[in-house]
Structure formats: structure tokens, C-alpha cells
Ligand binder design. Sequence first.
Ligand code: THU
Length: 142
Amino acid sequence: MPGITPETQETLINAAIQARDMAYTPYSGFKVGAALLTNDLKIYKGCNIENAAYTPTNCAERTAFFKAVSEGERRFAAIAIAGWQDGKPPGLAYPCGVCRQVMMEFTNPDDFWVIVAASKAEYNALLLRELLPLGFGPANLL
Ligand code: THU
């Protein structure tokens, strides 16, 4: 991952695992934590927040993005994501389509890394472009 040191990557994965502790998941029990890295190396954490009416549920990735964007951040380098179900990581928890679309809005998909982690040792790092090929984004409208 050009521009992201192994230390930063480890810090980001640890932050996602930590963020997962705050997940509010009384309905699914599926806990997700996310940690979003800005280009100037700040980290914004997020967790999934469920709702009794189900559809207002917000994923961990979007919580992290909305926190960061609402604080004025616009330039992002990477996001780490860590899931948890039945007392263990559910394999690798890849981001849902809606979250991929939100990432597309605020990043360059050819230069934004998505690190899906079970632990700091077991992870898969992909470019957003690989997760959302031929995506629709701001470049199509602006
Ligand atoms: N979830 C996330 O937080 N991120 C994803 O990318 C996939 C799904 C959450 C939403 C819901 O609270 C739970 O996981 C089960 O779908």
C-alpha cells in the first residue's frame, strides 16, 4: 500500500477493532468497527448502529465517513473494517454496496485502500476500484 506504513496500517486495524466495541446491534448481533484514515493521518472511528425499524440502521463505515466529513475532512487514504459475530470474527466482513458508494463519493477509487481485517495479522487490502468497478461517482456529474 503506497503511502501507508505497516505501523499506520496496524494502528488503523487496531482502531477498527476498538471501534467495534461500541457497536449497537441488539437485532443482528453482528458487530462492525471501522477506522478511517485521512491523508494527514487522522483517524475517525465508527461502529454500526441498528434501529428497531431496521432500515435506519447505519453501517460502521458510513458512521466513520459521516463523522469525518461533518468535521470538515475531505481527503482520505484508507479505511479498516473489522466484524464480529458469535464471539469471533466472521471471516472478513467486506463493506456493503451502500458503503462502497459512500466511499466513492469522497475518495479517488484508484487511490483509496479498503483493509478488511479479522485481526492485525489476517486481513485483505484492496483498492476501492476493485470493490466497485465501473462505479458511478462525482466525476459523472461535476
Ligand atoms: N454492517 C456494517 O456495519 N457494515 C457493512 O458493510 C455490512 C453490514 C452492519 C449493518 C447491520 O448492523 C449488521 O452489520 C448486519 O447487517
